[in-house]
Design a binder for this molecule. Structure first.
Ligand code: SAH
Length: 352
């Protein structure tokens, strides 16, 4: 048996490889390897989640951002970005609509907007939890202090998504201005975990200057950090950023990596991302068939969806929207999966 297939079998039983072995798997990606990885990934996912797909209502609460990440369309230097910020009432009504549609997790995502003080956010989170005590609240609002994270947790927030973006310091510095460091990103991730959040890290596939060695380091980081969730989607260029002339990441490689991540941590909550659905028509379905088990339809008010443009061509009014949950359910049924109405927490017990 060739080395690639041997490594995949090893990963499936030990859930661990060395960084060099991860790199070997990526450098030697082929059809047979993809098929075997998919088969194992789907079987591992099934042990914990059966055929269920969890959905999260994504609410993009602000596109103001003090940061200037080179890849991101809402970076502060982008003067063409039409800025908006949702009010507390607008956010609460998104949640109400989402609840009626069957969402039991709300993800509040936004740029690092200085007007989101701890007081504002804590009041917001506790209001959502008061209105919908059976729902989980996930925050994805960038880096904050330990104290701030702790206050948000104490006000009722359950989960926090903060992609590490790349586990290589050198690559991190090519994607961000020097005000931002991998060291601080990691500190935030550790703080969040210590405080008690369910935590998500993650990275973009095919971001500028990314090598297979960087991706291998990402996989090693994921193995070591053991997050509850992991967001992995293709990089897509945005016309008003320094990376406008770079190519988008590859959907196939993204799916291959989703399968590997499922084998690293069989019960991880792993979304088939909007970016994957943007670079490939049936990207989200392919993601689920590669081992993902979460989909995050857009629940933001229609009027702001286009303004929250992290990258060009973001799908925003079609089947990925929360209002099209019916179509999503149909599409998941057609590939043998079922969208469930549930908070969709991480499952630590193997299903009977
Ligand atoms: N301010 C928050 C939310 C960032 S947006 C934070 O810092 O966590 C969420 C994710 O979108 C980012 O972490 C990044 O990985 C991804 N993203 C940003 N620009 C992108 C692009 N051009 N293509 C694909 N994904 C992108």
């Amino acid at each position: 048996m060739n080395k690639t297939l041997k490594l995949i079998k090893k990963l499936n039983t030990t859930h661990s490889l060395t960084t060099d072995e991860y790199q070997y798997l990526i450098d030697n990606k082929n059809e047979k390897a993809s098929q075997l990885l998919k088969k194992y990934a789907v079987a591992q996912r099934e042990k914990y989640y059966g055929k269920s797909v969890f959905v999260r209502g994504l609410i993009e609460i602000s596109n103001y951002c003090k940061n200037d990440c080179y890849y991101c369309g809402i970076r502060k230097s982008n003067l063409n970005c039409e800025r908006y910020r949702l009010s507390k009432d607008e956010i609460l009504s998104c949640c109400k609509e989402g609840y009626e549609l069957g969402f039991r997790t709300f993800v509040l995502q936004g740029g690092e907007d200085a007007t989101f003080t701890d007081n504002f956010l804590c009041d917001l989170v506790s209001s959502i939890k008061e209105n919908h005590p059976d729902c989980a609240v996930t925050l994805s609002l960038g880096e904050r202090s330990y104290d701030s994270f702790k206050k948000l947790y104490d006000s009722g927030a359950d989960r926090y998504l903060l992609r590490h973006e790349t586990a290589s310091d050198e690559h991190y510095a090519l994607l961000h201005p020097d005000t931002l460091t991998l060291k601080n990103r990691k500190k935030c991730l550790n703080d969040l975990k210590e405080i008690g959040f369910q935590v998500g890290c993650g990275f973009m596939v095919g971001s500028p200057f990314q090598t297979t060695s960087h991706i291998a380091q990402d996989l090693n980081f994921i193995e070591e950090f053991s997050p509850h969730m992991c967001g992995v989607g293709p990089f897509i260029p945005h016309k008003d950023t320094p990376f406008k002339n770079y190519n988008a990441g590859d959907a196939e490689l993204c799916c291959y990596l989703l399968s590997i991540i499922r084998l690293i941590k069989p019960n991880i909550l792993l979304p088939a991302t909007t970016a994957l659905g943007t670079v490939k028509n049936d990207g989200r379905e392919k993601g689920i068939l590669s081992g993902a088990n979460v989909i995050m339809p857009n629940l933001s008010p229609l009027s702001v969806r286009k303004k929250y443009a992290l990258y060009d061509g973001k799908i925003s009014t079609g089947d990925e929207s929360a209002q099209s949950l019916y179509n999503l359910k149909k599409s998941m049924n057609s590939i043998g999966y079922t969208v469930v109405v549930s908070r969709g927490d991480i499952n630590t017990n193997i299903k009977e």
